[in-house]
Design a protein. Structure first.
Length: 202
């Protein structure tokens, strides 16, 4: 589920729709959390879809570390990519505001965290040399995303958290250790779907 102070807006013909903040969302706020309404699909279920639905499904879903495809029930599926995203993924099935997100600003996420099946080219962005999202970006950039997440977690207890109740109990305990006792966070690299690599090398 996306943060409640967000809304869907049309961006342009190239990008389509995007998710925008209706109010200021401070750094360290949970901007999205996986919940029980999000649907999980196996690779076999996706392969069994007709071409029309499969293409649409693959555009709006992502894969977890088990190789399951996940389709968000709300407009989280319209969250757009950026190499300088203002939201950062974590190993705890949630994303945090990596910096203060102002009212009217679009929320973005780095699709490199989403176990994409195929590489895809992106529009160039100022300040980034990356032009492609790759299936193994989680292995390439995990340290960078972990640093951003650790910095955001440092603000976690200072800001309002309307999605905190959606954290799974096992993750809530780990996050409490990170935010109150300074324990190290688990790397988002653990979210990498290794099954793809195993199939390619077998």
């Amino acid at each position: 589920m996306l943060h409640p102070d967000t809304e869907l807006r049309y961006v342009d013909e190239t990008i389509g729709f995007g998710v925008f903040a209706r109010k200021r969302i401070p750094k360290g706020t949970i901007t999205w959390a996986l919940d029980e309404l999000d649907r999980h699909f196996t690779e076999e279920e996706v392969s069994a879809l007709d071409d029309l639905r499969r293409n649409y499904f693959l555009k709006y879903s992502y894969r977890d570390q088990r190789g399951l495809y996940i389709l968000c029930w709300d407009y989280g599926k319209y969250m757009n990519h950026s190499f300088d995203a203002n939201c950062v993924g974590t190993a705890y099935e949630l994303e945090l505001a990596a910096r203060d997100i102002e009212a009217g600003e679009q929320l973005t996420s780095d699709y490199g965290t989403l176990n994409v099946d195929e590489p895809f080219d992106c529009l160039p962005e100022e300040g980034s040399s990356r032009l492609r999202v790759m299936p193994d970006d989680l292995l390439r950039y995990a340290e960078t995303w972990d640093r951003l997440a650790a910095d955001a977690f440092a603000r976690f207890n200072e800001v309002e958290q309307p999605l905190k109740h959606l954290m799974k109990p096992e993750f809530a305990r780990k996050i409490e250790g990170i935010t109150t006792r300074g324990e190290p966070l688990d790397s988002i690299a653990s979210f990498y779907y290794a099954g793809r690599r195993e199939r390619e090398t077998s």
